[in-house]
Design a protein around this ligand. Structure first.
Ligand code: ADP
Length: 745
């Protein structure tokens, strides 16, 4: 642990105990808007029962037709500008129509709990979904967890302090959460350090934080933009095509326009009956802005004035699962509690957003129908058909559990759906973590005191007709608003409470805080059970037995469920790129740097003994120049010259292919990693004994680390690397059926 770091922490502790309430800072000017997308509807009271009809139409595709042309998605009554928000896309394949399988027996297993009443407990929300059999059909009612008692803190400990000055649109939900926890809010900020800083947009909302925890990771916004996300997933698809088939095929614009065009032309020439549709998304877009559908590459709008438009064009999932003939998507909240060790939690309750025009497969005529094809709340709220409902299981925005319940009632195996969703989330996080670690070390280099980070992400997921979940995008700033806008007079809008949003989002924020409680590690550090990951095991609709402290007893059980490291065994083998990132970070050299210079690249090659008479240092230089030049063209926003992580990964794949020609690709990469790590092993002994964490208030490494080559805290310690390597080998040998079933079914 660095001495400087220890001193700073001691000073901070002293400041905290003296300066508790000492200050009131100047007022912060707050401008809304940087937050994520939508908020919600639903005013009023709550009709307790809503019909759950096994209407077969709700899971069928309406109509089909085909022809071509593209039209831009226009429309938008009013749109707020929301900086910090980003996107990602989804995946797809031409799906086969699998009719909903299972039977009433599936549903019955979950439903028939209390005599003739069907009751689903929604873990962590304190809610009960109740379905009553009546002659005329089934009814579902939800008893919202209103009036959550505030925690009676048994001990008189100093309350956890939260700086909410930059919380922006999360503020309402955050205030309620802090109150429920009996923590202390600093709405105007505070001169002394707080335990937690809640930012509305990015890590940088407050500068110069040297301790505590911030609810944003550096680089998350950049990583989750559509282009970067597509690249990160594509890298994983190269290594693990089957595991990453949940993301639709995507091409990056403008650089891959030619490839896109040629590939589509060839597909059509091979089979004239194939007429796929594509969705075009601007890189920095959100809330459906600038999105349009096309059926021919020539319909792409590549230029905006004299500038090439940056974005992605993506396979359009043309057979989504429908409910009431409407397309819908799922908003799932995911907490990354820590990067190292990787800790991921999934909220058991989420939202579903419905289109407002009955779905038809894309055709020349309907390509421009945004209310049919795009599920964005921000668009559909302006449709005359938008249903504001107080109920959680009707209307154009509903809870995820109410939709799952509805599907279960039709015989859908929702346990399988849920476990597929968990797998999708873990794999997606694994895809973005390597680059996040690079951002983290650049922002808070070793020896520099800084906060640790956590972040709530919003996953947008589409269910295909065959029930396979597809990733549409990940939002770094999901809206945490618990009100929605209502037009009270023509052109005059005001915010009114939205019960559905409140129910879901307060739970997510409150329980995130509980997990991040600096004084209450045991909640989050429950030893992961050595659980199997077979579909059917994970479902958010069951009562959860959970040991809780007396303080916690007054609160509902956690609505966030740990999925990693819980499922380490099943997914650890996928973390190959993260190991490449560890090497990259180790050789970065200069603090705060995110790119490798030519000398550092040479040092990497030499240290890992990768050059020989067939691969001279001159060839190494050529490789460096070649790859770096290509990548510098494709990343116009690059802050510095040199080789970024994605370029380094490409170079690494190249080196692996040279060295282990006869092996399949991922074996090549794994073998080269083993080789490099073995070369570095003697040098990393010292650092392995130190703590590694990019997200916990643990000691940071000092300046005298091995090699003098940067941030060992971000490198997996040797035992972890070995474990990852062993997991990979084991996976290769065994390829367990249960894992493969997750993506293949
Ligand atoms: P934005 O960030 O602008 O909301 P998204 O990627 O979320 O962009 O796309 C907007 C909407 O378009 C999604 O909510 C979804 O309804 C639809 N959509 C996006 N990608 C696809 C796809 N590949 N296939 C089918 N529908 C899609």
């Amino acid at each position: 642990m660095g001495d400087d770091y220890v001193k700073v922490r001691v000073q901070l502790e002293q400041m905290r105990s003296f300066g508790e309430d000492a200050e009131k800072e100047e007022e912060e000017e707050e401008e809304e808007g940087a937050d994520a997308e939508e908020q919600q509807q639903l005013p009023g009271s709550s009709p307790p029962h809503a019909p759950v009809s096994p209407d077969p139409s709700s899971v069928t595709i309406a109509g089909s037709d085909a022809s071509s042309t593209s039209v831009t998605c226009k429309q938008r009554g009013k749109s707020r500008s929301r900086p910090g928000r980003d996107d990602k896309n989804s995946c797809g394949k031409h799906l086969q129509d699998l009719s909903l399988h299972g039977s009433a027996a599936h549903a019955g297993k979950n439903l028939n709990r209390l005599g003739h009443e069907r009751t689903l407990h929604i873990r962590g929300t304190g809610k009960i979904l109740q379905g009553k059999s009546e002659t005329n059909g089934n009814y579902v009612s939800i008893h919202p967890s209103k009036n959550i008692p505030e925690v009676k803190l048994a001990n008189k400990r100093r309350p956890v302090t939260v700086d909410t000055a930059k919380a922006k649109t999360s503020l309402e939900a955050l205030k309620i959460s802090i109150k429920q926890l009996k923590w202390k809010e600093f709405p105007l900020g505070r001169r002394a350090a707080c335990d937690i800083y809640w930012h509305g947009v990015s890590f940088h909302d407050n500068e110069n934080i040297v301790s505590g925890q911030v609810n944003k990771f550096p680089g998350m916004i950049e990583m989750l933009r559509k282009i970067n996300m597509s690249r990160a997933v594509r890298t994983m698809q190269e290594l693990f095509p089957e595991e990453y088939d949940f993301y639709p095929r995507s091409w990056i614009l403008p650089e891959e326009y030619q490839q896109f065009s040629t590939q589509i032309r060839m597909v059509k020439e091979n089979d004239a009956t194939v007429n796929p549709t594509f969705i075009v998304k601007p890189d920095g877009g959100s809330q459906g802005d600038g999105i349009y559908l096309i059926r021919d590459p020539s319909d792409l709008k590549l230029m905006a004035g004299s500038q090439a438009k940056q974005g992605v064009v993506q396979e359009y999932i043309h057979k989504p699962l429908l409910i009431d003939k409407l397309k819908f998507d799922i908003r799932l909240y995911v907490l990354i509690k820590s990067l190292e060790p990787l800790e991921i939690y999934i909220a058991k309750e989420g939202l579903t957003r419905f289109c407002t025009e009955p779905y038809q497969e894309p055709s020349q005529k309907n390509l421009s129908h945004v209310f049919m094809h795009l599920t964005n709340y921000s668009l559909n709220v302006h449709s005359g058909n938008f249903v504001h409902s107080d109920s959680q299981n009707t209307g154009s925005k509903r809870t995820l559990s109410s939709v799952l319940y509805r599907l279960a009632a039709k015989g859908v195996d929702i346990k399988k759906v849920w476990s597929d969703i968990i797998a999708l989330v873990i794999k997606t996080v694994i895809a973005v973590v390597p680059e996040l670690k690079v951002y983290y070390q650049a922002e808070i280099p070793p020896g520099k005191p800084g906060p640790t980070c956590f972040q709530i992400l919003g996953f947008d997921i589409l269910l295909m007709k065959n029930l396979k979940p597809v990733l549409l995008e990940v939002n770094s700033n999901p809206s945490m608003r618990i009100e929605h806008e209502q037009e009270v007079a023509p052109g005059v809008y005001e915010y009114v409470p939205s019960p559905v949003d409140k129910e879901v989002k307060v739970g997510v924020i409150r329980d995130t805080l509980r997990l991040m409680d600096p004084k209450h590690e045991n909640l989050s550090n429950q030893t992961p059970r050595a659980a199997g990951f077979e579909h059917g095991e994970e479902i958010p609709l069951e009562a959860e037995i959970q040991e809780r402290s007396p303080d916690e007893a007054a609160l509902p059980s956690l609505c966030l469920k740990q999925v990693y490291p819980k499922y380490t065994k099943q997914f650890n083998y996928l973390r190959l790129v993260e190991r490449i990132a560890s090497l990259f970070i180790r050789f970065l050299g200069v603090k705060g740097n995110m790119r490798l210079g030519p000398t550092a690249f040479r040092t990497f090659i030499r240290t890992c003994k990768l050059s020989n008479s067939n691969f001279t240092m001159a060839s190494v230089d050529i490789l460096y120049i070649d790859i770096t030049r290509r990548w510098s063209g494709s990343t116009p926003d690059s802050r510095e010259a040199g080789m970024g992580l994605q370029a380094f990964v490409e170079a690494f794949f190249h080196l692996a292919a040279r060295r282990f020609k006869s092996l399949p690709m991922r074996e090549q990469v794994a073998s080269l990693l083993d080789l490099c790590e073995a070369q570095l092993e003697p040098q990393s002994g010292a650092e392995d004994r130190r703590s590694v964490s990019c997200s916990r208030a643990l000691p940071r490494a000092n300046k005298t680390q091995s090699l003098g080559l940067t941030n060992p805290q971000l490198n997996s310690p040797t035992p972890l690397r070995r474990a990852a390597s062993q997991d990979y080998r084991l996976h290769q040998r065994l390829k367990p059926r249960s894992l493969r079933a997750n993506v293949e079914n």
